[in-house]
Design a protein around this ligand. Sequence first.
Ligand SMILES: *[C@@H]1O[C@H](CO)[C@@H](O)[C@H](O)[C@H]1NC(C)=O
Ligand SMILES: *[C@@H]1O[C@H](CO)[C@@H](O)[C@H](O)[C@H]1NC(C)=O
Ligand SMILES: *[C@@H]1O[C@H](CO)[C@@H](O)[C@H](O)[C@H]1NC(C)=O
Ligand SMILES: *[C@@H]1O[C@H](CO)[C@@H](O)[C@H](O)[C@H]1NC(C)=O
Ligand SMILES: *[C@@H]1O[C@H](CO)[C@@H](O)[C@H](O)[C@H]1NC(C)=O
Ligand SMILES: *[C@@H]1O[C@H](CO)[C@@H](O)[C@H](O)[C@H]1NC(C)=O
Ligand SMILES: *[C@@H]1O[C@H](CO)[C@@H](O)[C@H](O)[C@H]1NC(C)=O
Ligand SMILES: *[C@@H]1O[C@H](CO)[C@@H](O)[C@H](O)[C@H]1NC(C)=O
Ligand SMILES: *[C@@H]1O[C@H](CO)[C@@H](O)[C@H](O)[C@H]1NC(C)=O
Ligand SMILES: [Cu+2]
Length: 562
Amino acid sequence: MLSLLCTCLLYTTLVSAIPSFKTDTPLTPRATCDGNDASDRSVWCDYSLDTDYYAGGPDTGVTKEYWLEVTNTTLAPDGVERIVLAVNGTVPGPTIEANWGDTLVIHVTNSLTANGTGIHWHGVRQNWTVQNDGVPSITQCPVAPGESLTYTWKATQYGTSWYHSHYSLQAWEGVFGPIVIHGPATANYDEELDTVMITDWDHQTADSLWTYAQVNGPVPMDTGLINGMNVYNDTGARYEAAVTSGKSYLLRLVNTAIDTHFKFSIDNHTLTVIASDFVPIVPFDIDVLDITMGQRYDIIVTANQDPSDYWIRAIPQASCSNSENADNIRAILRYDSSSTATPTTTAWAANQNDSCVDVDLSSLVPYLSQTVDSPTGQDLDVNVFVNSQNLFRWEIAPNSMQVSWADPTLLQVYEGNTTFEADDAVYELPDADVWVYWVVESAIAVPHPIHLHGHDFYILASSGSATYDSSVTLNLDNPPRRDVANLPAAGYLVIAFKTDNPGTWLMHCHIGWHTSEGLALQFVERESEIAALVNADTANATCAAWNSWASDIGIEEEDSGV
Ligand SMILES: *[C@@H]1O[C@H](CO)[C@@H](O)[C@H](O)[C@H]1NC(C)=O
Ligand SMILES: *[C@@H]1O[C@H](CO)[C@@H](O)[C@H](O)[C@H]1NC(C)=O
Ligand SMILES: *[C@@H]1O[C@H](CO)[C@@H](O)[C@H](O)[C@H]1NC(C)=O
Ligand SMILES: *[C@@H]1O[C@H](CO)[C@@H](O)[C@H](O)[C@H]1NC(C)=O
Ligand SMILES: *[C@@H]1O[C@H](CO)[C@@H](O)[C@H](O)[C@H]1NC(C)=O
Ligand SMILES: *[C@@H]1O[C@H](CO)[C@@H](O)[C@H](O)[C@H]1NC(C)=O
Ligand SMILES: *[C@@H]1O[C@H](CO)[C@@H](O)[C@H](O)[C@H]1NC(C)=O
Ligand SMILES: *[C@@H]1O[C@H](CO)[C@@H](O)[C@H](O)[C@H]1NC(C)=O
Ligand SMILES: *[C@@H]1O[C@H](CO)[C@@H](O)[C@H](O)[C@H]1NC(C)=O
Ligand SMILES: [Cu+2]
């Protein structure tokens, strides 16, 4: 194993002698830091699990530079060929990997001919770097075909996430990949497996299913993929993970689906969960793990069963997901990597319980305890309606979002134009460092994964089949903290965050169809401090190239714009 021992230590002692911009090669295969080894994963050079990563943390002085190209190609992930849009030609795209405290510089080139793009670094706080959040219409114009844009951000958190296009439905044509930020962990493990990305999949493109979704609602998906692989009609191949009997492994799990809530499990193996999204938690054990769209879990799997072959299962939950192959989205855990046997193992009993809920919130106890102080809030009602063209639209509070690619909010704020329109769905949060909360609720029996940009949020309360009122107790004392949580069917979700990050930030449902149908709002946080964070040259150049391409092509915006 390549050892990058002591990068942090090196920089704490030599920092003045080293130029501020340093390019490093990608970490191959894995990184570690002084003191962090299989017998103690709690430490990380001079830092540890006890470091308050909202207040500070390492600054390694290291810059990791990546080049990503968004391409249009043909692949057969499950043996069935179709057009996919991909990052560097593969689904998932290359892993973006760094150490806690590194700075990432990522150059994205749009090599498509018929779409713009914009890459969002999901869950990354973008601490005072809102222009790098990658959301067309909010933080940038789309990157036009043939153009490039460089994103720069610091890894102030550690753990697992993913990057994905935030342009139209492009993420679900295949434009996504893993983000791994190495740091400490709340339980020990010997080695690390590949990140496991689970998704739903159809043999038609998401763009061609868009009309169906707007007219009929949830789209039946043909199947699903685990790390871009599966079998279908006896073609294709399954993803395989090889382990050695007796060893323990860190497995990073990401749900990248457009509209599928999964239960994830490995037959006969209990999972030890150590992080929810980018938040390390007190470890807990579970056999079958709910994971909704946009969420991540870091899990430790111990190879402590009979040396054999076991099914890894990602099972779409029929209560809220529509899959035509729900029992066949599988991969294989092998104790002997040369085995080719088909597993004969049986699913955990808990897999018979179909439901679309988050893991019991009492299980999600952040290791680094934080307290929510006197939050003030607003109620946001989630509803669906049919617009004047007879198409489904979702709204949150009074507005269904409809923003403009060519007129990103960040540039409007920079130019001092804050005459927002109702369908911009803007909330202003002018005060610094105060706690705010939103009560997101819906009378409709459809759950929604609610995702917030620029912050981790704190889950103060949540319930399905219930109405929020002032008698509901808010949990302010180290509540679960993450960046995607399930709004339960016909229920409510109360989330809080601190206004510590000036910017124009999106909050939205992570069901791809619903985002495109307007289930989103934005907040302008600490408006007076935003302009100073904007690089207008870059923003204007991206918009100029986009406007020129879009007017030549005559492209029409037929969705929410995010
Ligand atoms: C976030 O940025 C602010 C402003 O530059 C800085 O004061 C703060 O320390 C940063 N937080 C982290 C965790 O780096
Ligand atoms: C992606 O492709 C580009 C060429 O288009 C190449 O320069 C780059 O190294 C590739 N990136 C990764 C992470 O493989
Ligand atoms: C991808 O290629 C196909 C076939 O050439 C073309 O029809 C489609 O417009 C392209 N899509 C994008 C986003 O470039
Ligand atoms: C993106 O390209 C696809 C073809 O690959 C096309 O169907 C779709 O309309 C385009 N969408 C946008 C928003 O540009
Ligand atoms: C899969 O098999 C079914 C049943 O034979 C057939 O109807 C379907 O067309 C096949 N699909 C593909 C993509 O090959
Ligand atoms: C998995 O667990 C079941 C139930 O405990 C047991 O019957 C079976 O033998 C185990 N499978 C293997 C391969 O060890
Ligand atoms: C099934 O799931 C529901 C919702 O989480 C839970 O209340 C119930 O206890 C579960 N039942 C079993 C048998 O696991
Ligand atoms: C200000 O923004 C609104 C959209 O929110 C737009 O309609 C208007 O043209 C803009 N005004 C100027 C002067 O840019
Ligand atoms: C960017 O464009 C806006 C509007 O066209 C203009 O007001 C501003 O001066 C431009 N900034 C730069 C740095 O070119
Ligand atoms: Cu939704």
